[in-house]
Every structure is written in structure tokens, then in C-alpha cells.
Design a binder for this molecule. Structure first.
Ligand code: NA7
Length: 555
């Protein structure tokens, strides 16, 4: 074998050096695997590397949005705030990279262009955009669910003489907004987080809102030494609680129905949840995301909170979410979003009333007027769940591409594996809890399972692993069935593909919770990987074992 070949042969190629890719690298390397990570960016961090906009912070508590695999790391890392800012999360990631010497196996500035499964060799050939190639037994996609940005295209957008920035591709150099007229398009988490911070700097800020979004006050606070000691003294129990809670956030949902409580009791429960739980507010009663009438009680409470903050009646009315249940689209956790609209230099442009007509050299023209601007920020979100998986061309058996296979929506088994794509794994893929969970918990769950599987394959001298079509169909049906029991399907959102025109309208994440999901993964492993074929030699080498294709259930 030529030296060149030896150098480019890996047990696994991991794509992406965000939280998932780094954890996969750490764990596979610990097994003695030869692993290489391809990362398109200049440094590690994934979405946290790119989302450096003012006010960016995680809306899961720091002590829970962190790796659990190393008790020493847990004890030694000191979070400064209950909800960490993007720079602090990046510092944590850099610390993990250095501490576990991960950098030497990461190829930065290396964007994967394509991958093709070699059926005879049971291995993947992975190519980068610059033409470099690698061979690997396993291809592990850790590319994130909100990592391919989405920008609107309005008439004459290129004529605008000011600066245009996307929240998800934030420039690395600091931006001084003082004296600037800034426009933010989009009021999801990114727009809501940056609004109060930019409002303090800018001469004038216009927030262009298409859909008013629900948001919970973040209840952020610095972490005192005493609190840090207290959490670290029982960190394992805290982790256990997170693993055993449906969301991975550690909150045990209130078993009571919102409808069984008296209005006074409800008010008290919601008030407590509002003050302390952030995102966990949705779990104040178990049926908030299951029952419209129960949801209405939460909506009523949140609406009154907004009303108490925003002074001007017309503005208050426009900022009040309507027409979708709380939580059915991703709510935000904010630090002063609604308060910002009480400032003289902040204005709301209601795009439902006056849509954007075009950009001009000076700014944005809506149907009623021209908004003169120096900077436009697109906080317009992402091609969620599938965007980054379908950007490279991934060819499985018989040249079938993932884009062809998923033309009517993603088909996976556990969100982890895809029939016709052997030895191909997705961490946080569609059909896994991902964005409906503390994503760190579901990520580590999946990687632990993958490590267990690879150990099993080594012990049994197996070279090929592949989801069965029947099991894949059953899983997709189960994901849909769970979603039908919730309010998630009652509105358009990025959970169901509505964020990109023409995208298949399929519910993407698994709403069954991280605890249930882990049990299903463990049962599958205990039953000799039920639903998967594991082979001692490639299926292509023995005609009898050759898999049959089947029609996808999305139909
Ligand atoms: P989101 O949550 O997808 O929000 C995108 C926002 O941009 C949302 O308010 C959209 O309005 C708005 N949008 C998108 N396209 C347009 C156009 N063409 N015109 C006007 N407004 C538009 O993305 P974020 O970056 O805020 O948050 C992503 C995740 O990060 C978040 O969910 C957390 O998980 C953390 P719409 O609602 O579609 O009417």
C-alpha cells in the first residue's frame, strides 16, 4: 500500500468540530480508533463559533449545557453566569480542545464536498472542496441542526450601500454600532437576544417583525462561589436528573394538568416558573404542549407579562404573539427584549401590516415608507435539521444520494442511521430529540451508543452496519405518531420544514424525550441491534445479503 493511502485511511471521519464532533473525536480516539475531523471553519465551536452577535447566549443553563463525560472537567471548569454567553461557551470549547489534545486530529478550513460509499470495500471515500480525499470505515456527520444560514432575497438587495450581516455568520472583528442606524430582520432567538444590546449602542434600531414570538425572561444571574460549590458537590445527581428528565434540562414536568389547577394556583406556579425556569417554563404543567386549552392558560400569563413591560398600547399589541400555541414554534429566552421597545431609539416595523417591498441604496422600503439604515442584520434563521446534511453530496448504495432518498423528507432510524447508507451516522439527525432537548444530553447519548456499537462490531469482527428499511419506516411512523400527540403540528415552524419554501413538510425532531429515547437505543443494543444489519463482510460481497430497496413512508 502506498504511504499516501496509509495516511488517508481512517476508522472514522467525523464532519464538524462543534460540541458533537469534538465529543465523537474524544470518545472514538479513547477506543483506539484512527479518527480525523473535517471542519469547514478556522476553529472549533460549530454554531458557537459563528453566532457571535451581541447578546448571544445559551438558553439552557451552563452547568447542564456542558459535557458530562469527564468529572474532572466538570469540577475544574468555572461558569460565571447561569446562562453562558457565546464568548464564554467558546472559551469552554477551546479549553476542552486543549485539555484533551483534540486539535491534532482536526483539519480546519476543510469543507466536505462529497462522500461516496464503496460497497465492495465497506468504506466511505470522503472528498473536500479542495480535492483532498480520505477513506474511512465510518462517516459520522456532526454538522448541527441550525448551521446552514438562510437569508431573504428582496428586490435590489445588492444596491444597499450599508453593511449586511447574518447573525449566524457574525464577523470576527468587533462591530461598533454607535451612531449607526441599524435594522434587524427576524425576531427568533437571535433577533430577540441582540435587540436590547444593539439598542444600547445604536443611534436608532428598527426591528422588522414578521411573526411576534413568545419569550421567557431569562432569570440570568452571576454564579456565586457558594452556588458553584453546591452544584459541583452533587454534579452527578444533577446529571442523573437531566438524563432522566424528558427534556434533558433536569426539570421534572409538573404531573398536574394546567386545567386542573385553580386560576390562583396557576398564577403562582407560572410566576415561580417564570422567575426561575427560563425555557423550562413550558414544563410548568405537563400538558402545556399537549392540549390547546392548557396552552391558552400559559399564553394568557405570558401575554400579561408582555403587557406589563411594553408601555405603548399599539406597540404592545403588535409585540404580542398570536395565532400559534406557546412552544409550538421555538420560543426565546430573552434578557430585556420587550423592555428595549420602551426606548426612544427603538422602533418596530410590522411586516404583516407593511411588508418589505425592496432594498434601496439608503435602506429598506416597506409598503408605507423608507427606513434609512447603515446596517442590516439578517436574524432570519437557518435551513434547519437537513440544510447542512444535504449540502454535501452523499452517495450510498447504488449511487443513491441522500438528497434523493430524502426528497419527500428525512428517513432515518433513531435519527442516527439511514438504510442504503451503511456505516453512516448522524449525530443530532432528524428523527432524534436534538432541538427538542438539551442538545448536549441527546448528543452524548447518541455518541455513547455509537461507541458501544463500534465495540460490538470490533468484538464480532463486523465491518458493515446498516439500518433496515422496515425499521426505518417504523421509526419515522413513531416520530410522527409522537408529534401528533402534541401541539407542534398546529403551526408552521422550522420543526416541520416550513422555514424554507419548497422544503418537504415533515416533522423533524423526535418529541419522545431524551429518557425514552435512551431506553429505545439501549433496548435496540440489548436485542443485538434489532432493526439493523451487522455484517462480517460487505453485503456487496455476498449476493444473498444484498439489501433490497423499499418505498419511503412519506410517500
Ligand atoms: P429562527 O428562530 O428561525 O428565527 C428566524 C426569524 O427570522 C423569525 O422571526 C422569522 O420570521 C424571521 N424571518 C425569516 N425569514 C424572513 C423574511 N424573509 N422576512 C422577514 N422575517 C423573516 O432563527 P434564530 O436565528 O432567531 O434562532 C435559531 C435558533 O437558535 C433558536 O431557535 C434557538 O434554538 C437558538 P417567521 O417566524 O418565519 O415569520
Amino acid at each position: 500500500m502506498a504511504l499516501e493511502d496509509v495516511l488517508t485511511q481512517f476508522d472514522a471521519v467525523i464532519v464538524g468540530a462543534g460540541f458533537a464532533g469534538l465529543r465523537a473525536l474524544y470518545s472514538l480516539r479513547a477506543m483506539g480508533k484512527r479518527v480525523c475531523v473535517l471542519e469547514a471553519s478556522a476553529d472549533a465551536g460549530g454554531v458557537w463559533y459563528h453566532n457571535g452577535y451581541p447578546g448571544a447566549r445559551c438558553d439552557v443553563e451552563s452547568y447542564d449545557y456542558s459535557y458530562s463525560f469527564s468529572p474532572e472537567l466538570e469540577q475544574q471548569w468555572r461558569w460565571t453566569e447561569r446562562y453562558a454567553t457565546q464568548p464564554e461557551i467558546l472559551r469552554y470549547i477551546a479549553h476542552v480542545v486543549e485539555r484533551f489534545d483534540l486539535r491534532r486530529d482536526i483539519l480546519f478550513n476543510t469543507r466536505m464536498r462529497s462522500a461516496c460509499y464503496d460497497e465492495a470495500g465497506a468504506r466511505w471515500c470522503i472528498s473536500a472542496q479542495d480535492g483532498r480525499q480520505w477513506w474511512a470505515r465510518a462517516l459520522i456527520m456532526c454538522v448541527g441542526q441550525l448551521s446552514t444560514t438562510k437569508s431573504p432575497s428582496y428586490p435590489d438587495q445588492d444596491k444597499f450601500r450599508g453593511r449586511v450581516i447574518h447573525s449566524g455568520l457574525w464577523p470576527k472583528e468587533p462591530i461598533d454600532f454607535s451612531g449607526q442606524r441599524v435594522g434587524i430582520i427576524g425576531t427568533g432567538s437571535s433577533g430577540m437576544q441582540m435587540t436590547p444590546v444593539i439598542a444600547e449602542q445604536a443611534a436608532h434600531l428598527t426591528v422588522f417583525q414578521r411573526t411576534a414570538n413568545y419569550s421567557i425572561a431569562s432569570a440570568n444571574a452571576p454564579v456565586s462561589d457558594e452556588e458553584d460549590r453546591r452544584i459541583k458537590a452533587s454534579y452527578r445527581q444533577r446529571r442523573e436528573q437531566a438524563w432522566n428528565s424528558p427534556s434533558g434540562l433536569g426539570f421534572v414536568p409538573n404531573k398536574q394538568s394546567a386545567l386542573q389547577a385553580t386560576p390562583q394556583e396557576r398564577e403562582q406556579v407560572y410566576e415561580q416558573a417564570w422567575r426561575r425556569l427560563g425555557f423550562g417554563f413550558a414544563l410548568a404543567y405537563h400538558d402545556i404542549l399537549l392540549n390547546q386549552a392548557a396552552n391558552d392558560t400559559a399564553v394568557d400569563f405570558i401575554t400579561r407579562k408582555i403587557a406589563a413591560i411594553v408601555h405603548a398600547p399599539v406597540l404592545r399589541d403588535k409585540l404580542t404573539p398570536r395565532g400559534h400555541p406557546f412552544g409550538a414554534r421555538r420560543p426565546s429566552v430573552d434578557s430585556g427584549y420587550f423592555q428595549a421597545f420602551n426606548r426612544d431609539n427603538v422602533e418596530l416595523a410590522d411586516l404583516r401590516q407593511w411588508p418589505i417591498v425592496a432594498f434601496t441604496e439608503q435602506g429598506i422600503r416597506t409598503q408605507d415608507r423608507l427606513h434609512e439604515l447603515d446596517v442590516v442584520i439578517f436574524a432570519t434563521g437557518f435551513d434547519a435539521f437537513t440544510g447542512s446534511l444535504l449540502r454535501p453530496e452523499i452517495k450510498g448504495r447504488g449511487g443513491l444520494t441522500l438528497a434523493q432518498k430524502w426528497s419527500a423528507g428525512p428517513l432515518t432510524l433513531f435519527g442516527l442511521a439511514v438504510a442504503d447508507f451503511p456505516n453512516f451516522f448522524i449525530v443530532g439527525g432528524p428523527g432524534s430529540p436534538s432541538l427538542l432537548s438539551n442538545v448536549l444530553v441527546s448528543t452524548e447519548e447518541q455518541i455513547d451508543w455509537l461507541v458501544q456499537l463500534l465495540r460490538h462490531m470490533d468484538a464480532h469482527e463486523q465491518v458493515e452496519f446498516e439500518a433496515r428499511h422496515s425499521a426505518e419506516h417504523a421509526w419515522v411512523e413513531h416520530v410522527n405518531e409522537r408529534a401528533r400527540q402534541t401541539l407542534y403540528l398546529s403551526t408552521d415552524s422550522y420543526y416541520n420544514g416550513a422555514e424554507v419554501a419548497g422544503k418537504p413538510r415533515v416533522f423533524m425532531p423526535y418529541s419522545g424525550g431524551v429518557r425514552g429515547y435512551r431506553r429505545l437505543l439501549q433496548n435496540c443494543a440489548a436485542r443485538a441491534y434489532e432493526g439493523f444489519d451487522l455484517r462480517g463482510q460487505p453485503a456487496a460481497a455476498c449476493a444473498d445479503a444484498r439489501p433490497q430497496s423499499a418505498a419511503p413512508p412519506h410517500g
